[in-house]
Design a protein around this ligand. Sequence first.
Ligand code: SF4
Length: 465
Amino acid sequence: MTAIEYTQHPRQGRLARFGLWLRDHRRAVMAVQWGVVVVYAVLLIGPAVLPLPPAGAHVWDNLTLFAQFLFWGVWWPGVLISMLVFGRLWCGIFCPEGALSEFAARHGRGRATPRWMRWRGWPFTAFVLTTVYGQLISVYQYPLPVLAILGGSTVAAVAVGYMYGRNKRVWCRYLCPVNGVFGLLAKLAPVHYAVDPQRWNAPSHSPGAMTPFTCAPLVVVRKMKGASDCHMCGRCAGFRDAVELKPRRPDHEVVNVAGESASLWDSLLIITGLMGVAIGAFQWSASPWFVAAKQALATWLVRHGIVWPLEQSLPWFLLTNYPDRNDVLTLLDGVVLVGYIAAAAAAMTLAVGLPLALAVRITGRWDWRRFHHLGHGLIPLAATGVVLGLSSMTFTQLRADGFALDWVGPLRVWALGGAASASIWLMWRILGRYASALPRAAASVAASAALAAPIWSLWLLFWHW
Ligand code: SF4
């Protein structure tokens, strides 16, 4: 299926015009970007220089609590959901880090991107390291860790922008810790910049259609088939009369395009990262297994006369350390925390990977590419788990502020039910590319079993513990 198949869609005209509007109104876009930079700086730095909120403070009368609410309850879940609706429009138009990195690249050294930076494992590795580090220093609870993680990431983005790539977003393309996650979610967006190869190669074009443009996230526009890497900035709209913002079926890219480039890193990010590490990170503080593991290890250590790991704390930027709040993680806590997340990730990888592997085997000879493609079917459930996990902090905060949130439970049920159905549908469609009716049905049943472990883990978190 090519982009040309979508030319008859009734909304095409308006969407295409919006893409061209973005291209032609760079000043307005930049004004929005700098506006977001200012809001971001206030929310990031303001709480870090203020004292911690006093007892009895509320979201509406304390900047720190308000910033926490906005970052983790509105900003991040909103950005993730926006990927599913508009593709990476956030990255291209609103992201303060991307804007700053590109600004630095406009005035920087413009060096070639080093080879190590282009390693395909960075999206997974950066996501896992950031998630685990965030838990160790309690990024959801305190402003200094937010400044360390988000601010540190922004400083790195500016430094990389200054050093590498003239007018480019090398940081966003290769190193941003959420680049991989955003790229996966954008594959489900119902809009994308479609490239028509026939028009691209046509001998003549309309006036202005050959005006050169810069694709900041380094997409090879001529070969672009999906929305995964595109930041939806609109700068290529109308180029060679071939590039146009268009609607598409939300399952189009995952079913028809993702299989061409699906790799181990995609599966690791979806299964081990979003379903394993992220759920483990949301879970540990509520988990009775975490407490049991810690007690067992503490008992063993005491019995062997080793008590310092039970008493040793570290500075706040290595391990949570707020004695005034009665919130200090010892070395033992930190080790068990990392162990818990690692165990959750390993267990989830097995519990999800084995049914997928069985499904692949049912469709024929073993094929890793097919396995990684099938794994893309889990994106809706993985994304929903992360959005629900992030928003749970906010719901806890709002409940503490006296809001009745009886609708949250049913909302979670509907969200998980919808996401599970979408994942089953996607896997059914993907398997349709590899198998005839009977093996496809059998493989779909096997693949559906992969949903059990993540749903069970979220059920433990939201309803059982
Ligand atoms: S392909 Fe590049 S230039 Fe075109 S909209 Fe996407 S990010 Fe912008």
